[in-house]
Write a protein that binds this ligand. Structure first.
Ligand code: 13P
Length: 261
């Protein structure tokens, strides 16, 4: 069975401008080279080209350029949206879909998330599908049901052969940007249940090979204990990805974690 290489993403969200984005991309690119971890950074749309140039300029480009969102239509009258081929023009190789801020702040539906997942995969991109429950849902005992539903909707119509380009990010909404991290055991339980759902959808082999990142107030100081869990395959990092030292510390923790799968 294929081992799951840890995968760490830095989701910069709506932060940083040209000079800071350039400097941070440079630090990440020079420090994360040659580790046994996949690393991607996700700048805001206006800085994708700038950051892409920095990453491509490395002697051995190893950090992937990611986009925080994508629209599923190929072109046309969709004011404000960005297509898959526009992202590919800028050497983007991985996109986020269904981030909780897009679901809960911008009102994205499961249907739209699924359209984005399918369009990105069809074009050959990698996708990180984000799932996770709100505090209210957790307190009502609905964590696994919410995650299962978001996986079913998000991955509907995805071909099993495309699953090698899909990563899941479990990001409990109540842990995002709050400083309140899920305990390693709570995160592990949710990851295990999500992997079980992937098994129902695509079979045990694909479920075992699919990486599931944890996201929600991950820092260099708590990354190792999260990444030590058997079903946690790296992280999707928000706030701590804006500081080179913190982010590099998290990548280091992932590279020290035992290989799973
Ligand atoms: P924080 O690491 O800031 O909690 O954000 C997590 C996240 O939303 C990554 O996509």
């Amino acid at each position: 069975m294929a081992a799951r290489k840890p995968f760490v993403g830095g989701n910069w969200k709506m932060n940083l401008h040209t000079a800071e984005a350039h400097a941070l991309a440079r630090s990440v690119a020079t420090s994360c080279d040659g580790r046994e971890v996949d690393v991607a950074i996700f700048p805001a749309f206006p800085y994708l080209a700038e950051v892409g140039t920095v990453l491509q300029g490395q002697p051995q480009p190893g950090v992937m350029l990611g986009a925080q969102d994508v629209y599923h239509q190929s072109n046309g009258a969709f004011t404000g949206e960005v297509s898959v081929t526009m992202l590919q023009d800028l050497n983007v190789t991985v996109v986020l879909a269904g981030h909780s801020e897009r679901r809960h702040v911008l009102g994205e539906s499961d249907l739209l998330v699924n359209a984005k997942v399918r369009a990105a995969l069809k074009a050959g991109l990698e996708v990180i599908l984000c799932i996770g429950e709100t505090l209210e849902q957790r307190e009502a005992g609905q964590t696994d049901a919410v995650n299962a539903a978001q996986l079913c909707y998000g991955l509907a119509g995805v071909d099993p052969a495309q699953m090698s380009r899909v990563t899941i990010a479990y990001e409990p909404v109540w842990a995002i940007g709050t400083g309140r991290t899920a305990t390693p055991q709570d995160a592990q339980d949710a990851h295990k249940a999500a992997r079980g759902m992937l098994g129902h959808l695509f079979g045990a082999t694909i479920a075992e090979a699919t990486r599931i990142q944890y996201g929600g107030s991950v820092k260099a100081a708590n990354a190792a204990e999260l990444f030590a869990q058997p079903d946690i395959d790296g992280g999707l990092i928000g706030g701590a990805s804006l500081k080179a030292e913190e982010f590099i510390g998290i990548v280091e923790a992932a590279s020290n974690a035992t290989v799973k799968g």
